[in-house]
Design a binder for this molecule. Structure first.
Ligand SMILES: C[S@@+](CC[C@H](N)C(=O)[O-])C[C@H]1O[C@@H](n2cnc3c(N)ncnc32)[C@H](O)[C@@H]1O
Length: 258
């Protein structure tokens, strides 16, 4: 592949729902650790990439050395609106996720449902903490693609560590296995000891919270207690608070990767 043809190739990959564009070292690192299928890995400077891998992810030094190919700096700069400082970008295949099958399957850990999240960095931060807590998946409604390169950047590529998919219709939640719990500052205070691990935990949009439709179909409304005068937590922060309250209370912390 000629360097110049990479510019339209990355452009097409951004619009292709079967592909994921990884901008920077951390998304590539997690894609490799969680066995993504890489189609193209390009870097600005091979020696600099190997030095970074040696420092931050020695386990991946060899695969990165074999996969990454150096390209002209002026081409690299045109592969993303904001080329990453770490000087590496990649195209990977997205895993195929059946959102409905995920909803219907019995599970040992909650699924995070994000209703119409507006901020791609926030979506990524939710995926990242859900992966860290070993949640069963992240489903999002609304117009944003949870696999958008900016969400992958915010999630440090941890989309490859658990199922992440768009849910076309809120009504699909009716087919769920397990209770639907709406996280809402007006709900009953969270008791992590009684949280059903097979729950779907629904979080609302950044500005307006959960819709009436979702609240009406929920089995319960739960709040994260806050100091008086604070109206709400940030979306990803609230996902983190609930998942780790549950994890720590159950005494079943996720294991470290060997
Ligand atoms: C930035 S908040 C939305 C704020 C919105 N004005 C509201 O009142 O819901 C985004 C989402 O985070 C969750 N959230 C934030 N703080 C919360 C809290 N203290 N208790 C429960 N959920 C919370 C909710 O799901 C909320 O819809």
């Amino acid at each position: 592949v000629q360097d110049g043809s990479l510019i339209p190739r990355f452009g097409r990959a951004r619009r292709d729902p079967t592909l994921a564009v990884l901008e920077g070292f951390h998304p590539l690192k997690h894609a490799l650790r969680f066995r993504a299928e890489l189609q193209e890995v390009v870097c600005r400077d091979q020696a600099a990439l190997e030095a970074l891998a040696g420092q931050l992810a020695p386990d991946l030094l060899e695969p990165m050395r074999q996969l990454a190919r150096p390209i002209a700096a002026e081409v690299f700069e045109k592969l993303a609106p904001l080329p990453p400082n770490t000087g590496v970008m990649a195209i990977a295949s997205r895993p195929h996720i059946e959102a409905l099958a995920l909803l219907r399957a019995p599970r040992q850990a909650p699924i995070i449902v994000l209703e119409d999240p507006r901020d791609l960095g926030n979506i990524g931060a939710c995926v990242r903490v859900a992966a860290a807590a070993d949640a069963a998946g992240v489903l999002s409604t609304g117009s944003h693609d949870p696999w958008h390169p900016d969400a992958l950047r915010g999630g440090a590529g941890l989309h490859f560590a658990l199922p992440v998919a768009r849910l076309d219709q809120l009504a699909a939640l009716e087919q769920r296995e397990g209770p639907l719990l709406a996280l809402d500052p007006e709900g009953e205070p969270l008791d992590p000891l009684t949280l059903d691990p097979g729950s779907l935990l629904a979080f609302g949009t950044e500005r307006h919270g959960l819709s009436e439709q979702l609240l009406a179909s929920a089995d319960a409304r739960i709040s994260i207690p806050m100091r008086a005068g604070v109206s709400s937590l940030n979306l990803a922060t609230s996902v983190a608070a609930v998942l780790f309250a549950w994890r720590l209370a159950s005494g079943d912390a996720p294991r470290r990767l060997s």
